[in-house]
Design a protein around this ligand. Structure first.
Ligand code: HEC
Ligand code: HEC
Length: 481
């Protein structure tokens, strides 16, 4: 069962003891930005010994990468012509580039990557023999770890809104018909900052057209609270009894199928694909966090462990030999992070989920659903160095900023895919202001503006009780998870 948060008093004390900390870390490293070189095969290594059905795991990965479960988004021809609607400078560069270079440019622009084991194909789309591209789960759940493609890492560069707008323009140009995504995006915003998406609202929107048994029903247009989220890393799935940042839904293979509720997929489609998604469940359960590939100061990390166990483990659990994940939900008034995600999902919607096929309603294995959660669940922190940016909305670029609440940047943008080894996270530029939306919407999406709705970077000020030395040690310890 879900742990109950009982820490309010203690956190009030944390706040009272709050230390104001200025710039506190001085490093002598010549270049804190390093290109990581962990093995290409890191994705296949399982650090703990877990009971795995390797056949099912393999099948699950194949379902994700090779089986189109949605209607196709665009064709190879459309993809190959995207460059023609790029801004002038980039277009000129693309014009004189080879097909292969152009493809790399397109991948970089939209946050796509080659598959780690089959670089000819994209990780984020199923591409069939006829050249039809269909989005898959990896579009949000498969990205890079500081430049290296990694299945199961959050795709912190995915530019879904920009890709969809430019696909639409290219289709107009080529006289092709528009897809579900092209049209849907005219009604529902897909994501206002690259690397984050309005995915939770997609789910709510799709469910509003179904009854609890997944039959399609007529429904009046509804208003949703649009907000963007940073997808969680899949490698902690095996630890979690409940899913999502508010931990509202018990884990199960059917819950993984919500993304497929497009009108083309009737109730039978779900029944017929259950076995596939048992395999997807096995695949996601098999994933483990990548190991930190650089040198770790073991002494410092050991000091950090002690600080962590005293100040953080109560919520985030313990790691190493005596692993324990408490699955603790912390009330919103306590955690104080952006509230929009919690309130955007209404109790009625959650109740409907609880009564639905996804939660095995009225079956003997009916699942538990928390219909009115009061806050966010503290995530497991395995591989946390590899899943920047931080918090559920992706508002904090590095672990150093997470540990130094008063230093968090209001507006920032990632500069490149390099790893900031000093602050542990994205290599960013802090900005005074973001471009004005109407003038350059595409450019604006590369800025994270924490003053915008649902994008607040406040809260989680628990690290304020730590001294600069303790924070430095915790930062080192976090690399070992
Ligand atoms: C458009 C982006 C997007 C796509 C595509 C997508 N997801 Fe997600 N997924 C998210 C986001 C964002 C969350 C976080 C939602 C939350 O916590 O409220 C999430 C959460 C999850 C979680 C819960 C993880 C956890 O630790 O709580 C699982 C499991 C998951 N998705 C599986 C899938 C599967 C399987 C597919 C494909 C069938 C898929 N997702 C497609 C964005 C996406
Ligand atoms: C009272 C419980 C609690 C304590 C104490 C706590 N945390 Fe958290 N932590 C949370 C919750 C809840 C979240 C998720 C908040 C969100 O995303 O809005 C979180 C998020 C995080 C994240 C971001 C995770 C991600 O995937 O983006 C990191 C890193 C983290 N905490 C580290 C720490 C460290 C280090 C400490 C100790 C100095 C600590 N936390 C203390 C509850 C806690």
């Amino acid at each position: 069962m879900q742990g109950k948060a009982t820490l309010t008093l203690k956190q009030m004390m944390h706040k009272r003891n709050c230390l104001q900390i200025g710039l506190c870390l001085i490093f002598l490293s010549l270049s804190p930005f390093v290109q990581l070189g962990f093995a290409e095969t890191a994705n296949e290594s399982v650090r703990e010994s877990r009971q795995l059905d390797h056949e099912a795991v393999r099948r699950g990965y194949r379902v994700l990468t090779e089986k189109a479960v949605l209607s196709s988004d665009f064709t190879q021809e459309v993809f190959d012509n995207l460059w023609q609607c790029w801004p002038e400078k980039l277009r000129a560069k693309a014009e004189s580039a080879s097909l292969e270079e152009r493809r790399s440019m397109a991948f970089a622009r939209y946050g796509l990557t080659p598959r780690p084991e089959d670089p000819e194909k994209p990780l984020q789309y199923v591409v069939d023999k006829a050249g039809n591209w269909t989005m898959n789960c990896f579009s949000c759940h498969g990205g890079t770890i500081y430049g290296k493609p990694y299945a199961g890492a959050p795709n912190n560069r995915f530019a879904l809104q920009t890709l969809t707008e430019e696909i639409r323009r290219t289709k107009f140009k080529l006289g092709k018909s528009l897809s579900r995504m092209d049209l849907g995006s005219l009604v529902i915003p897909l994501g206002t900052t690259n690397g984050t998406t309005n995915a939770v609202v997609f789910g709510m929107g799709l469910m509003s057209h179904r009854d609890e048994n997944l039959n399609i029903i007529p429904s009046a247009p509804r208003k949703f609270v649009h907000h963007d989220m940073d997808a969680p890393a899949w490698w902690n799935f095996h630890k979690k009894p409940y899913l999502y940042i508010d931990g509202f839904a018990q884990k199960g293979h059917r819950g993984l199928m919500q993304f497929m509720m497009i009108p083309e997929n009737g109730r039978d489609f779900f029944i017929n694909h259950e076995e596939d998604f048992r395999d997807v469940y096995a695949y996601i359960s098999s994933l483990s966090a990548p190991e930190y590939p650089e040198v770790i100061d073991e002494n410092l990390a050991e000091q950090g462990r002690a600080v962590f166990e005293q100040n953080c483990a109560e919520c985030h659990g313990t790691y190493g030999d005596n692993e324990h994940y408490p699955n603790l939900r912390v009330p919103l008034e306590d955690i104080g992070t952006d509230p929009v995600r919690l309130t955007a999902l209404e109790v009625d919607g959650r109740k409907k989920y609880a009564r639905s096929w996804f939660a095995h309603a009225n079956e003997k294995d009916e699942q538990v659903t928390h219909v009115d959660p009061d806050g966010y669940v503290a995530p497991a922190l395995d591989g946390i160095w590899a899943s920047a940016p931080y918090l559920h909305n992706g508002s904090i670029p590095t672990l150093w900023h997470l540990l130094n609440p008063s230093e968090r940047p209001t507006i920032w943008r990632p500069l490149d895919q390099q790893f900031d080894a000093e602050k542990v996270g994205l290599n960013i530029q802090v900005e005074d202001k973001a471009p004005i939306t109407e003038l350059d919407a595409v450019l604006r999406r590369s800025y994270f503006d924490t003053t915008r709705f649902g994008k607040g970077n406040g809260g989680h000020d628990y690290p304020d009780v730590l001294s600069p030395t303790q924070k430095r040690a915790v930062l080192e310890y976090l690399k070992t998870l």
